[in-house]
Write a protein that binds this ligand. Structure first.
Ligand code: C2E
Ligand code: MG
Ligand code: MG
Length: 629
């Protein structure tokens, strides 16, 4: 290198001074270390570095810069500083340093090696800056960023969670809606289509007939005597029957039609594309066939029949409700003519249905309007010819129709349960009247009254108590009361039937099986039931004296009853011939127009009085003059 001239030397010195002053005055902390001394001590620090660290030049010089890290000397970033020193290259690092007063500050260090003209390392210059503020700002920013990110994350999680909840709610709601839809259109017990859905389907089916050949048929089905099952065996048994019926109905219909439960014991069937009424009739027959097998309830076989009304659409214009009403009317008709059958709707039936409705509403008021009367028909002992009892027979004095006979209203009274209060009234009236007759003539103290009980009355839970109360209130001797129960009631072999008959018997009253020969009483039942009289039905008496076979049957019944210790009453005796036959057979009592028709109480009273010494060989006078010719 050429030697410098004096002037050059001076200038260089001048420049060096300037440089030195610039370094000394720099706002950056500047330090110079000597790597050629052990542990690379500081050999220069400027004023800014003093201020930055809190240490004086004297305290700093001769030490390695590392003491500023205090106990924090294992910062990973120092590795980079060590490498830069080793490799004699620049580096920029951020160090955690401690001020003399112990406070932390962030020191941004730019380290550069200084080489001499020969490339020998002579110094390291460190330019140091307290960047604590910046670092804090960065950290605050980072924290804010992290917080924000955290919030976003939480919010996203919450959103995802509420979305999942929403999805679940939607699924649950959909399921609920489906359930509600199903409930709205199906019967809860049987699961069959309900009335609403059935009417809807019927409406659609009727609309379709516009472009289809076939017609629509509606079958309206009602179980016969379902009420009896429900009342005697309880609602659970009733439900069991309804379920079994629904099952059989569905089985027998297959995919052919829509089967619905309308409520109670009413079911309907909708058939489409029916060519003629005979097609619908065949379906009704198939259903009735399916119901023929016994239903097992509480281990016993029960037979349940059904009545079915059938209607066929004619134009397709009939509203569904009207078609249903027609089918219902036809069903009533089927019931009216004896149940367990089907009937096809015919317009004349609606009039009958209207009349029935009218009758029903009149019947509801008849009791309070005191329109009922009791007529009495004598029961005559064939041995003595004496009137031993009077059968109470209900009459309805209808304000417009005149005297209405029980056949016209007893079935409705049973179906509507009105028979219970009406029957109670008859019993009371007959007991009161008989007691009056007994009191009036001393020779008549053994006069009895026979009162009919329908199946519904017999099943009424308070029957026994009511009979006892009425006997008490009227003062009639229980032995003077004879309760007539139809054969069909006794046919029910339920233990409860037997128990009830026994309770009645225990009151001291007599029991008669009425209309014997119309049902199918098993002879073994007769033996078990505590009855006193068997009343042979009029239909068996009518043919007496005409055909020897009738005599043989009646004779067999009389012998059987006698063998069982029961006495026999013949009802509906109209002719002398019939009477003669009955005497010959050995029948005990008789009733019928031959002796007298049922009479109002005053006339019956006269008959009782005049009968005191009468002989049956010549029939008693008929005070009402109503004896048939
Ligand atoms: P039932 O108990 O078998 O009564 C006999 C029926 O035959 C009576 O009809 C009677 O008038 C009629 N009769 C009597 N003798 C002759 C005769 O020689 N020839 C003909 N052709 N008929 C005769 P009624 O009064 O119309 O009663 C019909 C049925 O109504 C009764 O049959 C009975 O089952 C029921 N009934 C009548 N009154 C009551 C009542 O107060 N309560 C209940 N539950 N049912 C009653
Ligand atoms: Mg009777
Ligand atoms: Mg009878």
């Amino acid at each position: 290198m050429p030697k410098k001239t004096n002037g050059e030397h001076k200038q260089a010195e001048q420049e060096l001074r300037l440089l030195y002053q610039a370094i000394a005055a720099s706002s950056n902390g500047i330090v110079i270390s000597d790597p050629n001394q052990p542990d690379n001590p500081l050999i220069y620090v400027n004023r800014s570095f003093e201020l930055m660290t809190g240490y004086s030049t004297e305290e700093l010089l001769g030490h390695n810069c590392r003491f500023l890290q205090g106990s924090d000397g294992d910062q990973p970033v120092l590795e980079e500083v060590r490498a830069a020193i080793r490799e004699e290259r620049d580096c920029v690092v951020l160090l955690r340093n401690y001020h003399k007063d112990g406070t932390l500050f962030w020191n941004e260090l730019r380290l550069s090696p200084v080489h001499d003209d020969h490339g020998q390392l002579i110094n390291f210059i460190g330019v140091q800056n307290d960047v604590t503020r910046r670092k804090q700002a960065e950290e605050a920013l980072q924290r804010a960023h992290d917080e924000l990110e955290d919030k976003v994350r939480q919010r996203t999680a919450r959103l995802a969670e509420s979305n999942a909840r929403l999805q679940q709610e939607i699924a649950e709601r959909r399921e609920l809606e489906e359930q509600l839809m199903h409930q709205a259109f199906h019967d809860p017990l049987t699961g069959l289509t309900n009335r609403t859905l059935f009417l809807d389907r019927l409406d659609l089916a009727l609309a379709r007939t516009e472009w289809r050949e076939g017609k629509v048929a509606v079958l309206f089905m009602d179980l016969d005597n379902f009420k009896v099952i429900n009342d005697s065996l309880g609602h659970e048994a009733g439900d069991q029957v309804l379920l079994a019926v629904a099952e059989r109905l569905e089985e027998s219909m297959g995919a052919e039609g829509t089967v619905a439960r309308f409520g109670g014991d009413e079911f309907t069937v909708l058939l489409e594309d029916v060519a003629s009424v005979s097609g619908a009739v065949r379906v009704a027959e198939r259903i009735q066939e399916a119901m023929r097998a016994p239903f097992y309830l509480e281990g016993r076989a029960r037979f349940i029949t059904t009545s079915i009304g059938i209607v066929l659409s004619t134009s397709g214009d009939e509203p569904p409700e009207v078609l249903l009403r027609y089918a219902d009317t036809a069903m009533y008709q089927a019931k009216a003519v004896g149940r367990a059958r089907h009937a096809v709707f015919d317009p004349s039936m609606t009039i009958a249905a209207l009349e029935r409705l009218e009758l029903e509403s009149d019947l509801r008021r008849a009791l309070e309007r005191e329109e009922f009367r009791v007529h009495y028909q004598p029961k005559v002992a064939l041995g003595s010819g004496e009137v031993v009892a009077l059968e109470a027979l209900l009459r309805w004095e209808h304000p417009e129709r005149g005297l209405v006979l029980p056949d016209e209203f007893v079935t409705i009274a049973e179906e509507t349960d009105l028979i219970v209060p009406i029957g109670r009234w008859v019993l009371e009236e007959a007991c009161r009247q008989t007691r009056l007759w007994q009191d009036r003539s001393p020779g008549r103290s053994a006069l009895k009254t026979c009162v009919n009980l329908s199946a519904r009355q017999f099943q009424h839970h308070a029957l026994v108590e009511e009979v006892a109360a009425i006997l008490r209130e009227t003062g009639l001797d229980p032995a003077s009361l004879d309760l007539e129960i139809t054969e069909s009631v006794v046919m029910d072999d339920a233990p409860s039937t037997l128990a009830k008959l026994q309770k009645l018997k225990d009151l001291g009253v007599n029991l008669t099986i009425d209309d014997f020969g119309t049902g199918y009483s098993s002879l073994s039942y007769l033996r078990r039931f505590p009855v006193d009289f068997l009343k042979i039905d009029r239909s068996m008496i009518q043919g007496l004296g005409e055909d020897p076979k009738n005599e043989a049957i009646v004779s067999a019944v009389v012998n059987l009853a006698h063998a069982l210790g029961e006495r026999v009453v013949a009802e509906g005796v109209e002719t002398e011939k019939q009477l003669a036959c009955l005497r010959e057979i050995g029948c005990d009592f008789a009733q019928g127009y031959y002796f007298a028709r049922p009479l109002p109480s005053e006339e019956a009273g006269l008959l009782v009085d005049s009968d005191l010494n009468r002989n049956t060989s010549s029939p008693p006078p008929d005070p009402a003059g109503k004896r048939p010719t």
